[in-house]
Ligand binder design. Sequence first.
Ligand SMILES: NC(=O)c1ccc[n+]([C@@H]2O[C@H](COP(=O)([O-])OP(=O)(O)OC[C@H]3O[C@@H](n4cnc5c(N)ncnc54)[C@H](O)[C@@H]3O)[C@@H](O)[C@H]2O)c1
Ligand SMILES: O=C(O)C(=O)C[C@]1(C(=O)O)C=C[C@@H](O)C=C1
Length: 296
Amino acid sequence: MAEAPLFQRLCIIGPGLVGSSILRVARERGDIAASLVASARSEHTLERVRALGIADVVEGDAARAVQGCDGVILCVPVGAYAGVMAHIAPHLAPGCILSDVGSTKGSVLRDLGPLLPEGVHLVPAHPMAGTEHSGPDAGFAELFRGRWCIVTPPPGADPEAVARVRALWERAGSMIETMDAATHDKVVAIVSHLPHLIAFTICGTADDLAQETREAVLRFAASGFRDFTRIAASDVDMWRDIFLNNREAVLEMLARLTEDAQAFGRAIRWGEAGFIEDRIRRGRKIRRSLIELKQA
Ligand SMILES: NC(=O)c1ccc[n+]([C@@H]2O[C@H](COP(=O)([O-])OP(=O)(O)OC[C@H]3O[C@@H](n4cnc5c(N)ncnc54)[C@H](O)[C@@H]3O)[C@@H](O)[C@H]2O)c1
Ligand SMILES: O=C(O)C(=O)C[C@]1(C(=O)O)C=C[C@@H](O)C=C1
């Protein structure tokens, strides 16, 4: 027998790639929410959500959308949180669980915490799943299957609210890890934010070179460079907001990477083959361990 829905009325604010994927999996399973509300700013997004048939209620005004909901998930770029929260806070029902999917977590406590009404439970989360595409048409119900979701409850968070958010992600197919916001921000700085910074940068560097030499350099990009370009094709607003809202951790990881890259350059200059081999071996080892982890 199917389990009872975790939420009676769940509102997704910002039904883009991630938000529409939550709506899809909730729609498909039926045990995440009895009723689904989607709220978006643009008429185009509202139209697409209606056409896709992934929400019971589609509402332009986020303040109206959250009324009567026992669950609300912010799925907008992290730089938009403070503005959206100021708009919806007075309309959140007592007992409601407010969660999100943002890629930075210290900023969520900073931007939502002070505006949180009495009796509303804040339980931030971050599904470690995505693609370079965005918007409601890019979502799919299987996005979270077999992927980690990091839950970052603030100190003193209501255990029942935390359990419901965890259950939502479990039902979406994810594996759950709980950590504090500061640890989360450091971890994702190295495994997600820095790789994107490198991808955006290498594309710019190659493009500059092509312009300087007036050569079609990129024509010769085989799979190595192409692998970088997939993530470099990601959304501008989302990534601007991530870098600006995880400034400290990204700068710390970038400083470490810069030191390590300089050491690599020095080894090349002085012909230190052993150092170079060691670096390559470490890369191969990490790749192998990730593949084994995936197969386990
Ligand atoms: N794309 C990924 O790989 C990924 C993975 C995990 C988490 N996230 C996080 O999830 C969130 C959403 O990302 P996405 O990839 O679904 O983005 P998306 O661009 O597909 O969707 C974002 C939605 O937010 C709306 N929006 C944008 N600015 C807004 C504003 N100022 N006010 C109100 N609504 C606004 C957009 O119209 C859209 O509906 C972000 O916080 C992102 O950091 C993204
Ligand atoms: O696969 C991709 O395209 C992603 O960039 C997904 C990715 C990641 O870096 O792993 C991007 C940002 C999110 O916060 C989580 C997941």
